[in-house]
Design a protein around this ligand. Structure first.
Ligand SMILES: [Fe+2]
Length: 254
């Protein structure tokens, strides 16, 4: 058991929360019970997830997408229900958005690259002074099948969409990655030498851009691609903090 103050302070330090500019209000968003015996991890702070955290007897819910995003929000409607579900059940909510995308060990972006068999070699896609994208290289290259097999072992599935012209024999040497809705940066990754790009979801607007720059894109869904960092962080806390942790899988299909 740890105090909430200690858990929050250690997570802030571990994830370098204060130094990373973000449009998510990262850190402790809702204060629940003062002691933490069990931590639940989930991608989104939806009502179903909060109810699952209660059923799992979690004292703290750590999410990638929290409830507060740099703008005043009335406590009404679904937002009220979510906030109330946390407070009424004494569940604290901690959000880590960009800190959990870019962390060298627990980040979604370096994580998905490593799971695909690439070693991090650089950064790209600067937003508010922070390069959110990660580049990776692989000596000898990897075939599309090898890349997909690596990610199937980590994410449990094949990409739901592949964009670009694929060649089964071709070896890919440089990969770019931005999980979630990072497809719009595929052209920048291509210009920096990436021949394959890993992301979550795309958009109609990005389609032609991607096809025209010649890069192959593997899309695993916004949700699934952003489970990578949470699972890495959870494994670290189980080992280093010796605290009970549970992952709440609430997929959205997007
Ligand atoms: Fe996201």
């Amino acid at each position: 058991m740890m105090t909430l103050a200690r858990v929050t302070g250690e997570l802030d330090a571990l994830l370098d929360r204060r130094r990373i500019a973000d449009y998510s209000n990262n850190g402790l968003q809702i204060e629940g019970r003062p002691e933490v015996r069990r931590i639940a991890f989930a991608v989104d702070a939806g009502l179903e997830t909060i109810q699952r955290a209660r059923q799992a007897s979690a004292d703290l819910l750590v999410v990638h997408h929290g409830l507060f995003w740099n703008q005043p929000l009335m406590i009404t409607g679904t937002h009220r229900q979510r906030v109330a579900a946390c407070i009424e059940n004494g569940i604290s909510l901690y959000a880590a958005h960009l800190p959990l995308d870019v962390h060298p060990r627990f980040g979604n972006n370096p994580g998905i690259l490593e799971d695909a068999g690439f070693s991090v070699s650089g950064r790209f896609a600067e937003e508010r002074g922070l390069a959110v994208g990660f580049m990776g290289t692989c000596e000898g290259g990897r075939t599309l099948e090898e890349i997909q097999a690596g990610l199937e072992a980590s994410l449990g599935c094949r990409p739901f969409r592949i964009l670009g012209t694929t060649e089964p024999e071709k070896r890919y040497y440089t990969a770019g990655a931005i999980t979630g809705s990072g497809l719009r940066y595929a052209e920048e990754a291509s210009a920096l030498g990436a021949d394959i790009y890993l992301s979550g979801e795309g958009s109609h607007a990005a389609y032609h851009q991607v096809i025209e720059c010649g890069i192959v894109c593997l899309l695993y869904g916004h949700y699934l691609s952003e489970t990578v960092g949470l699972r890495r962080l959870m494994a670290h806390l189980v080992k280093e903090w010796n605290i009970e942790c549970v992952f709440l899988d609430v997929p959205t299909g997007f």
